[in-house]
Design a protein around this ligand. Structure first.
Ligand code: CP
Length: 331
């Protein structure tokens, strides 16, 4: 049984080993910093012609994805394989989940097979916490749970910003769109606040994150503000992150119409010109081009979207390495 305690990184020191990664709300600035430094070293491995090191030989990683994914699942698989771990992919179809096996029994089965780590994507908020409470020897990484959290997406976003800006301290980051239902926005808000960035949440008032607000509507995190007007929000931004609009929100009556949403909250060339010169445009993907983001921008010079994907592999390598070896040292 693993006896390593959940982590609180002591300020100004290296970080203590962490057993699970469930969200960024308990990450300190120093823990984020150390992890991003390690991910930078992993990017160097990614640039080699032979992209494989033996660091995790003998370790078993299972990706258990009970919701669709391209970027997160493939990059975890690639990250594990590049570190020489054995990576086994389990999805909803083709597994006993299809026959009604519970999440806990599936996870206990994988643990009994001596999986060292389960990467879980699940439609229900809190599912990775549930597994972390019940598994005794297998680590859990949250790869997106319902509308709650997506910590590795936020970490790769922080990495992308830090690579370009040098530091996140004092950076202005605008997150635009359906913040209420976005696990990416929530995890980013925690990671950015811990890193000293100022965060502006922008979108339809019906899509603001009530759990990040105090009664009365004041944001509960330091340096987080709300601004429903995108033209005002984007002024002098260092980073503009737009989120996928989930079509079902319109059906649920949370939007006046898709046309109205696009008119008021699409990030386009005219709006980006209000941000700082050289500002970064980000999107976690998958995108609805022409809805939340203009196609010309999605594939234009300010777009970091493919860079985010590449950084995602390096970041997940660093995370797997740290969780499975208990150290942030480079391979
Ligand atoms: N950003 C993200 O989580 O994408 P996938 O759903 O493709 O993994």
């Amino acid at each position: 049984m693993t006896t390593r305690a959940p982590v609180e990184a002591a300020p100004g020191t290296s970080v203590a080993p962490r057993r699970h990664v469930l969200d960024l709300d308990d990450f300190s600035a120093s823990e984020i910093h150390v992890l991003l430094d390690s991910a930078e070293a992993m990017r160097e491995v990614l640039g080699r012609s032979i992209k494989k090191v033996p660091s995790l030989r003998g370790k078993v990683v299972v990706t258990l994805f009970l919701e669709p994914s391209t970027r997160t699942r493939v990059s975890f698989e690639q990250a594990g394989k590049m570190l020489s771990a054995d990576v086994i992919n389990v999805g909803e179809t083709g597994s006993s989940a299809e026959k009604g096996e519970s999440l806990l029994n599936t996870a206990l089965t994988l643990q009994a097979m001596r999986a060292d780590l389960i990467v879980l994507r699940h439609p229900h908020s809190g599912a990775p916490y549930f597994l972390a409470r019940h598994l005794t020897s297998t680590a859990v990484v949250n790869a997106g749970d319902g509308m709650h959290a997506h910590p590795t997406q936020a970490l790769l976003d922080l990495m992308t910003m830090r690579r370009h800006l040098g530091s996140l301290e004092g950076a202005k980051v605008v997150i635009v769109g359906d913040v209420l239902h976005s696990r990416v926005a929530r995890s980013n808000a925690f990671g950015l606040a811990a890193s000293g960035a100022s965060v502006v949440l922008c979108g339809p008032p019906t899509m603001m994150p009530l759990d990040l607000l105090r009664p009365g509507g004041t944001p509960s995190l330091p340096n987080v503000t709300l601004e429903p007007d995108l033209d005002a929000a984007i002024e002098d931004a260092d980073v503009v992150m737009t989120l996928r609009l989930q079509a079902e929100r319109q059906a649920a009556g949370m939007l006046p119409s898709l046309r109205e949403y696009t008119r008021r909250w699409q990030v386009n060339e005219a709006r980006m010109s209000r941000a700082k010169p050289g500002a970064l445009l980000m999107h976690p993907g998958p995108m609805n081009e022409g809805v939340e983001i203009a196609s010309s921008l999605a594939h234009g010079g300010s777009s970091q979207i493919e860079e985010q994907v590449t950084n995602g592999v390096a970041l997940r390598m660093a995370l797997l390495y740290q969780l499975l070896t208990g150290t942030e040292e480079r391979p």
